[in-house]
Design a protein around this ligand. Structure first.
Ligand code: SF4
Length: 476
């Protein structure tokens, strides 16, 4: 634990140290320094272990940090005119043993002893990097690396560390909406589900095709549940994978290191966590899976009677191309399941609010082809539901299964503990069966031989929360 509850040295001192200091000389007072966009250096806490300097030389390969001065005058600093600003820079915060390097984003945001840790997987890029989501009372406060020697070692990129802010964005969709007399109105789940199933059934009854677009940000289990729903209504439904965002090129650190070197750390240009998983699952249950371009071209054909589209993107994905393809009209019904309000909302007949990856459990297949499961960190925001739960609810609605007709929200207390005021969150009840990712994985493997890997190959998080792994001597 360093200062503010997170200094390993302070902990050892309390456990084994003397009650009073033997130091009689005048203490050196060093300044606080702003060393980069995300990192502050409180120099007078520094014990000159030089871990941070080694990191920038041996892991990121960018060498922004150095030791300035000699003897009791030495200090960690950045080279003049050079900021600690590289895609891996904030890892120095985690490896500093005394909290001298501080995360500007987390500074004074929350008492660390209130934080709960949930093991998760990078939900921002295709890396499959192992992370802890640290949260309290329904809010995420920070993301840190979780050790996995075979995947991300001890590190994550700054993009993964700080890329979660969309979870609490103001434009999150928080309530179902349905179209009444031409206008979209907020309504309850009962009517939204009734309208959605009626519209999809009507399109199928008219001999038209249903088209399902599954976002690469959804889990494998959710792709399965949505694919099952749509196939139930139209066995010849068309499946597509949502647009997969890319930014620049893959980067390997330290620069120039071969990708397969044990020293290499890769930052992926692909900015979606589960394109391969969605493709694998939809392919097993529905045959051909169109990429986004082909899907959008296909939706322009007259035989498409209804579209079920899922978003869950960090950034606005309603490009002119998407808006042109996902269009409601007299002859076409559109159900949109999304997390954030975009121009697409105005193109839908029914809108159902979905959940970010921190609000659900599931499995992602990374660009490394590893299947890794993760756990739900925080409750789903207000009246939203996970896309998997929405699919199960709609399946129950299709079958007319008796259930909780009103789908009422109940208020539950989360993270009640000494020293803080209890927080209340609203949770909406499932229509009938609760979506459980582990049960869905077992069902997938049983029903489809091509999905057998979900019973045998999914790697579950193995580290207990709060556990500090044995410190190994490693060659960096
Ligand atoms: S890691 Fe922390 S304690 Fe070690 S040299 Fe860097 S700033 Fe100082």
């Amino acid at each position: 634990m360093r200062p503010g509850g997170e200094c390993l040295l302070q902990d050892y001192s309390y456990q084994y140290g003397r009650g009073e200091s033997r130091f009689e000389e005048t203490k050196v007072k060093n300044p606080k320094k702003d060393v980069g966009p995300h990192v502050l250096l409180y120099s007078d806490r520094c014990i000159m272990c030089t871990r941070c300097v080694r990191f920038t030389r041996e892991v990121s390969g960018t060498a922004e940090l150095y030791v300035d001065g000699r003897g009791n005058k030495n200090e960690i600093d950045v080279f003049p005119g050079v900021a600690l600003d590289n895609p891996l820079a904030s890892n120095v915060i985690d490896l500093c043993p005394v909290g001298a390097l501080l995360d500007k984003d987390f500074l004074f945001a929350q008492r660390v002893w209130f934080l709960k840790q949930t093991p998760s997987i990078d939900g921002i890029t295709a890396s499959g990097d192992n992370i802890w989501i640290e949260h309290n009372q329904g809010n995420v406060y920070r993301v840190k690396p979780r050790t996995n020697a075979a995947i991300n070692k001890w590190w994550i990129s700054d993009e993964v560390r700080y890329g979660w802010k969309h979870i609490h964005a103001d434009n999150r969709l928080r309530s179902p909406m349905r179209r009444q007399h031409g206008a979209l109105i907020e309504d309850d789940y009962k009517r939204a589900y009734e309208d959605a199933i009626a519209g999809l059934k009507k399109a199928a009854a008219a001999g038209k095709r249903l088209a399902l677009l599954v976002s690469p940000n959804l889990t494998c289990e959710e792709a399965y549940a949505l694919g099952t729903l749509v196939k139930l209504i139209d066995p010849q439904a068309i499946f597509g994978l949502g647009p997969v965002p890319f930014e620049g090129r893959d980067q390997v650190f330290p620069p120039g290191t071969p990708e397969d070197s044990p020293k290499a750390f890769k930052v992926y240009a692909e900015k979606a966590p589960n394109a391969r998983g969605v493709q694998r699952v939809l392919g097993a249950i529905g045959g051909m899976v169109l990429d986004a371009q082909a899907f959008f071209a296909r939706t322009r054909e007259q035989d498409i009677g209804a579209i079920v589209a899922t978003g869950n993107y960090r950034a606005d994905w309603a490009t002119p191309e998407v808006l042109a393809a996902i269009q409601r009209s007299a002859g076409r019904f559109v159900v949109l399941i999304d997390t954030h309000g975009t121009a697409l909302v105005d193109h839908a007949d029914v809108v159902i609010p979905g959940a970010s990856w921190a609000e659900k459990a599931g499995t992602f297949e990374s660009a490394r082809r590893t299947l890794q499961s993760f756990e739900q960190a925080i409750p789903v925001i207000e009246l939203a539901k996970t896309e998997g739960q929405i699919a199960l609810d709609l399946i129950a609605e299709f079958h007319g299964t008796p259930g909780m007709a009103e789908h009422r929200a109940s208020v539950v207390i989360v993270d009640e503990q000494p020293g803080q005021v209890p927080a209340a969150v609203e949770v909406v009840a499932p229509r009938t069966r609760l979506f459980n990712a582990a049960d869905i994985r077992a069902e997938m493997a049983e029903r489809y031989p091509g999905l057998g890997a979900f019973a045998t190959d999914v790697q579950a998080p193995v580290v207990e929360p709060g556990h500090v792994e044995r410190v190994e001597m490693v060659e960096l």
